[in-house]
Write a protein that binds this ligand. Structure first.
Ligand SMILES: O=C(O)c1ccc[n+]([C@@H]2O[C@H](COP(=O)([O-])O)[C@@H](O)[C@H]2O)c1
Ligand SMILES: Cc1cc2nc[nH]c2cc1C
Length: 349
């Protein structure tokens, strides 16, 4: 069993960071949420002059046994590997946004049901060619789950060793909104219908079948221990979700800034939080996805997302889009003049 050691956020610089922010040439609080963002970045890095180094987006891809039945997913399973090829060729939304904002992008085969052969730019971390169908039993064994978490952690360490201190996580996996909904329902205890949404675009009829199918899955696994996050992850998870979970825990252990994307990455974070709640201190919630359930998840994390654009794509797209805002928070803290340095008068009330 792997262990993570996430340091509790040291708040000793909070007062001086707040003072530095308040002394910038602006009315108190006028940079709104950018100010709390700057404070969070300073606390994570334990610095009054933080810096964002070698930002990365890691996209984990995996397939799901349930997808073959077409009961929960509008798109067929092969779209997962086809989109991985698209990522490698540079044509997906995440490629465009990562290029635009100069973010390094890594694509990981966590468990896609395809032989990619020799793809030099793909990170080969396949646990198996897709999970088992959770209608019949757990999606993966405990050993596979731990192996996946370990692999996710190792990949973060490799990026950390390249001097990266800010990392966004994305995913690709047909049917993974179903895994995320099952995890959300089990951990948060909300009714299943509040957790199940349209995913890639289920129509009303498919959404009904999706809900009925996932209700069956919940009944099938009604003896699950709701206090055992690894059991929940191995029962409902995808390999990409398990790698994300290990990756997030390791990133927090290394004191990195974590950019959380949408519904599925947030479900991975629910598991990570249940393993070590300190992980949340290192997270920046980049956007509120349009997927039903994400807003409630963000409330659970007490998160104020940076963006709300009605997006429900995944791939880390929200994290990439929000990166310039995070960079601006860091930049104003470092570069803005203070009232004293610029000779501007302070308020007189
Ligand atoms: O990130 C999100 O909030 C999000 C919301 C809906 C769908 N997705 C993406 O859509 C895929 C899963 O959708 P589905 O309908 O096959 O469960 C998967 O590849 C996700 O990246 C992602
Ligand atoms: C085309 C397509 C692109 C995606 N990117 C993330 N999930 C996706 C699902 C589909 C179907």
């Amino acid at each position: 069993m792997m262990t993570f050691c996430i340091p509790e956020l040291n708040r000793s610089l909070e007062g001086s960071l707040k003072q530095k922010i308040d002394l910038k040439t602006k009315p108190i609080g006028a940079l709104g949420d950018l100010e709390s963002l700057a404070l969070r970045i300073g606390l994570i890095q334990q610095s009054l002059s933080p810096s964002l180094n070698n930002p990365h987006i890691l996209v984990f891809a995996g397939d799901h046994g349930i997808a073959k039945e077409n009961l929960v997913n509008p798109y067929p399973q092969e779209v997962t590997y086809q989109m991985v090829m698209n990522f490698l060729e540079g044509g997906a939304a995440i490629n465009v946004f990562a290029r635009q904002h100069q973010l390094a992008l890594e694509v990981i085969d966590a468990g896609v049901n395809h032989d990619f052969g020799d793809q030099p730019h793909l990170i080969h971390a396949k646990i198996a060619k897709g999970t088992a169908n959770y209608l019949n039993g757990p999606a993966m064994t405990l050993a596979q789950c731990q192996q996946a978490m370990q692999k996710g952690a190792e990949l973060v360490d490799q990026v950390y060793q390249r001097n990266c201190n800010v990392i966004g996580f994305g995913e690709m996996g047909i049917s993974n909104t179903s895994s995320a909904a099952l995890i959300m329902h089990t951990i948060m205890g909300l009714p299943l219908e509040d957790c199940v949404g349209k995913g890639t675009g289920a129509n009303n009829s498919l959404q009904k079948t999706k809900l009925q199918t996932l209700d069956k899955v919940i009944h099938q696994h009604n003896r699950i221990d709701k206090k055992n996050p690894i059991q929940i992850l191995s029962t409902f998870g995808g390999f990409e979700i398990a790698q994300l979970c290990g990756a997030m825990l390791q990133a927090a252990s290394r004191g990195m800034i974590i950019l959380v994307d949408g519904f599925i990455t947030s479900a991975a974070l629910l598991i990570a939080e249940a393993i070590d709640a300190h992980v949340l201190s290192y997270c920046i919630f980049t956007h509120c996805s349009d997927e039903k359930g994400h807003a409630a998840m963000l409330d659970h994390f007490k998160a104020i997302p940076l963006l709300q654009l009605g997006m429900r794509l995944g791939e880390g797209s929200g994290a990439a889009l929000a990166y310039p805002i995070v960079a601006s928070a860091c930049a104003f803290l470092n570069e803005m003049a203070s009232f004293d340095s610029a000779g501007v008068s302070k308020e007189n009330q």
